[in-house]
Design a protein around this ligand. Sequence first.
Ligand SMILES: NCc1[nH]cc(CCC(=O)O)c1CC(=O)O
Length: 338
Amino acid sequence: MQDKTHLVDEITGHRRMRRNRKADWTRRLVQENHLTVDDLIWPIFLVPGTNICEPIPAMPGVNRMSVDVAVEAVREAADLGIPAIATFPNIEMELRDETGSNALEASNLINAATRAIKKAVPNIGVITDVALDPFTSHGHDGILRGDEIVNDETVEQVVQAAILQAEAGSDIIAPSEMMDGRIGAIRKGLDAAGFQNVGIMAYATKFASGCYGPYREAISTGGLLKGDKKSYYIDPANGTEAVRDAALDVEEGADMLMVKPGLPYLDICWRLKETFGLPTFAYQVSGEYSMIKAAAANGWIDGDRVAMETLLCFKRAGCDGILTYFAVDVARKLAGKA
Ligand SMILES: NCc1[nH]cc(CCC(=O)O)c1CC(=O)O
């Protein structure tokens, strides 16, 4: 019989991958990617009123907050070193209409929150979405005429909404509605209004995903949505189309790119970073968060460990940062406070 040790040596020669893995110190020494608090963007949900902090059942650990409560939560996030937040409003049903006209109110919920947050916590970045879905009675991101989401009219309105958000103090406009030509139009509109320093993070590749369910519960659009968003979001089957779509956003003046959802689309993160070299972000969306939370609640996975692993994987895939509902928990953990 042949000597088994000898057999392994013959196959691997002197190469032994496990030498670098043998101890904690070697593993730390060769670690290629790291997650730090600087990588985190925290998405938060807003509700009208005061002193409200209501749990979102489909997203355990995530709350809808009135502006006063949100300000304190954002202060804690800033103290932990989180660089930026992204805000999403749950607008009163009475204010929602066919065209999402509340998006054009200078003091609507999202703008009121931006003003209060920038006043109380000036050193945290505020990123605001200009899609119309929180404001429309049909839950679509744009203006619905018949059964069509009309592109150019939506873009015009989105530009006006972006200018109002910039006036309120938003640092970065993040348009998620995937209308064609929106990045260029928003850039022009912001510049003409004197907001050359307000950036644009393009939801460059937003896919028609099943992973947005809990978010729609959070801002109460789930029950409203007629049909689906396949006529404006990208087909999950299409990678090359996603790169082309992002190329237009880059050409039109995007400062940063985002991929959404995150984990099932790591190949897109990688391709965008390799192709354009712009700061590239992933949005680990509500469904991704809830899947981890649900499995952890059942005792099937170690939720904290899996959350950290997924975030690190975004870094490995080339992302400069991640929008994640885990941001505050993770920041606490990174600071040794949890
Ligand atoms: N403009 C829509 C929008 N803005 C943020 C999310 C999803 C975020 C998440 O799931 O965490 C969506 C998706 C949608 O409802 O179609």
